[in-house]
Design a protein around this ligand. Structure first.
Ligand SMILES: [Zn+2]
Ligand SMILES: [Zn+2]
Ligand SMILES: [Zn+2]
Ligand SMILES: [Zn+2]
Ligand SMILES: [Zn+2]
Length: 566
């Protein structure tokens, strides 16, 4: 089989279907896509809202609840407890398939009347504001995460404890403002670190302890700006930076940015990676165009394919054992053979299903728990099910829609509240012109602040012991939105001697996300022109990198980068 170039029916750009893609489509019996990978991703992501939460009433128990659906939405939304209770009888909404009508039209009828879960999470203890999480204890404002304890304002963290404002961590403890770190303890303001301890402002370091403001450092102790110090000198100098003050942190951030500006970066944040392209990958094999993936193999066009994801294509979040998943979102926990679906945990052989955990062999179902051999939420015998499913798929193939995600009109969210905004930002005018919806419900308050920053103590230690944080309203220096700090968060700052952040959690999250770079690749040549063993003159190695060609960073291939680590 050869690769083929086709034109995307949406953006009209050319895209390539690789031989491996063809064999995957054959394996799952889906025709090759007519949308390019980017359009596939955009059309999928409008079906997920991770972070924009609202207060509204549950349409079952009528109590106030936190929800990813604003109160003005027309379909029923049930609180997490009701949706997971016996009250939800998904099959009561079952519909007879009508071969004279289009499948998506009929699915939409079901989709509009079946209750939607206010939030998606499971096994949560003493935690609030969770979405797309599992096995969470004593957490607050955590998204896309599992097996965490005592964490606040985090995104995509796993097996972590006592974190505030962190993202993309695995086995990290007692840390603040950390991104893309693994097996670390007591870090603050660090990125791309493995097995580091008691350190701050590290970038791409391994096995470092008591280090400050370092980049590309390996197995070192007591270093500042990559220079060694004695323990006493280090402690003295550390004190002089006053990292317990707002001004001290801001100054150090500037100094560190300056220091790393001209230091070489590796073409991609990858570690123990075989035959793969993408960024932020650890322990992966044969991953193509994947971003943020670990303990995974044979995946393509996936974002967050992890422990253990195998043979997944076009997925956003597939893991905790997921195999043969195509064009889907949030599929995991012993899942296999899933096509064009969202939130089917512990499920198998599902197609075109939304919100159907613990189910198997369902087609075109929504809001169904423990379903089996159902189509449009109606129960069939195994034989009837196979016959009718084949009929619907044949019809969809004739209409050339089989394998496409649901049409955008069926998205339950406005463009601006779905996770698509991180990947494909659009203005309201652009989104509406392209046929997307927009949510006008205002988010957050403005001008209600009780804190005036210029009168606020610079150091966390100067904050009075009786400071009642729950009564205070803060104002973001970046977006002017009001935000609150919960008591547990303040005690974390006090204990870690970290000044209270002066921007809102949303801006902190967005800054971390922006610093990760886009989930895109550019083909480039290594920029090294030093004399290294494998080259004289400019290094000729080429690679796929998320650093766009016009980025100011100095980007090296693996071999040249390894010559530059300390
Ligand atoms: Zn396209
Ligand atoms: Zn309820
Ligand atoms: Zn803000
Ligand atoms: Zn090189
Ligand atoms: Zn070189």
């Amino acid at each position: 089989m050869k690769s083929e170039t086709r034109q995307c029916q949406n953006c009209k750009k050319d895209f390539t279907i690789e031989p491996d893609d063809f064999s995957f489509y054959e394996k799952i019996k889906v025709p090759p896509p007519t949308f390019c990978p980017e359009c596939r991703s955009q059309l999928r992501l409008i079906f997920r809202n991770e972070r924009f939460l609202y207060k509204r009433n549950c349409d079952n128990c009528k109590r106030s609840t936190i929800s990813m659906f604003s109160a003005n939405k027309t379909y029923p939304v049930w609180c997490h407890e009701c949706w997971r209770s016996d009250d939800l009888k998904g099959k009561n909404y079952g519909m007879e398939y009508d071969p004279k009508k289009s499948f998506f039209k009929q699915f939409n009828e079901l989709w509009q009347k079946v209750p939607k879960p206010a939030l998606v999470h499971m096994n949560s203890i003493n935690s609030e504001y969770l979405n797309h999480t599992a096995d969470t204890k004593n957490c607050y404002m955590i998204m896309e995460s599992s097996n965490n304890e005592n964490c606040i304002n985090c995104y995509w963290i796993q097996l972590s404890k006592e974190l505030v404002d962190c993202s993309f961590t695995n086995k990290v403890e007692l840390s603040y403002e950390v991104d893309d770190c693994y097996d670390c303890h007591s870090l603050r303001f660090c990125k791309g670190c493995y097995s580091c301890l008691n350190s701050a402002f590290l970038f791409d370091c391994r096995g470092c302890t008591n280090c400050l403001g370092c980049i590309n450092l390996r197995q070192q102790k007591y270093h500042i700006f990559n220079e060694p110090y004695t323990k006493e000198e280090y402690e003295e100098k550390l004190k002089s930076f006053k990292l317990d003050t707002h001004s001290g942190v801001e100054n150090f951030k500037k100094e560190f940015r300056n220091f790393i500006k001209n230091k070489p970066r590796k073409f991609a944040e990858v570690f123990n990676v075989v035959n793969s392209t993408g960024n932020y990958m650890t322990n992966v094999k044969n991953n193509r165009y994947c971003f943020h993936s670990y303990d995974a193999e044979d995946n393509a066009y996936c974002i967050h394919a992890w422990r253990v994801a195998k043979n997944c294509m076009d997925c956003n979040t597939s893991g905790r054992t997921a195999e043969l998943v195509y064009n889907s979102l949030n599929i995991g926990m012993q899942c296999s053979n899933i096509i064009c679906s969202y939130y089917c945990w512990e499920s198998s052989f599902m197609q075109y299903c939304l919100n159907c955990p613990n189910s198997n062999n369902c087609f075109g179902c929504a809001g169904l728990i423990q379903g089996s051999y159902c189509i449009l939420n109606k129960q069939y015998s195994k034989e009837e099910y196979i016959k009718l499913r084949t009929e619907i798929i044949e019809r969809m193939k004739q209409e050339e829609i089989y394998g496409n995600f649901f049409p955008k009109e069926l998205s339950p969210y406005g463009y601006n509240e779905s996770s698509v905004v991180d990947e494909f930002p659009l203005t309201k005018e652009q989104a509406l012109a392209q046929g997307f919806k927009w949510e006008d419900t205002p988010r957050g308050n403005y001008g209600k602040e009780t804190i005036v920053w210029k009168n606020f103590p610079d150091s966390i230690s100067e904050l009075p012991t009786d400071f009642n944080v729950s009564k205070e309203v803060f104002v973001c220096k970046e977006c002017n939105k009001n935000y609150r700090i919960i008591a547990d968060e303040l005690s974390f700052y006090r204990r870690m001697k970290i000044p209270i952040p002066r921007n809102c959690p949303e801006c902190r999250h967005e800054t971390r996300l922006k610093n990760r770079g886009p989930n895109k690749l550019w083909h480039r040549q290594c920029m090294c022109d030093k004399k290294h063993i494998h080259h004289e003159g400019r290094c000729e190695v080429e690679f796929e990198t998320s650093y766009a060609s016009d980025r100011p960073e100095i980007v090296y291939c693996e071999k040249c980068y390894q010559q530059e680590v300390y």
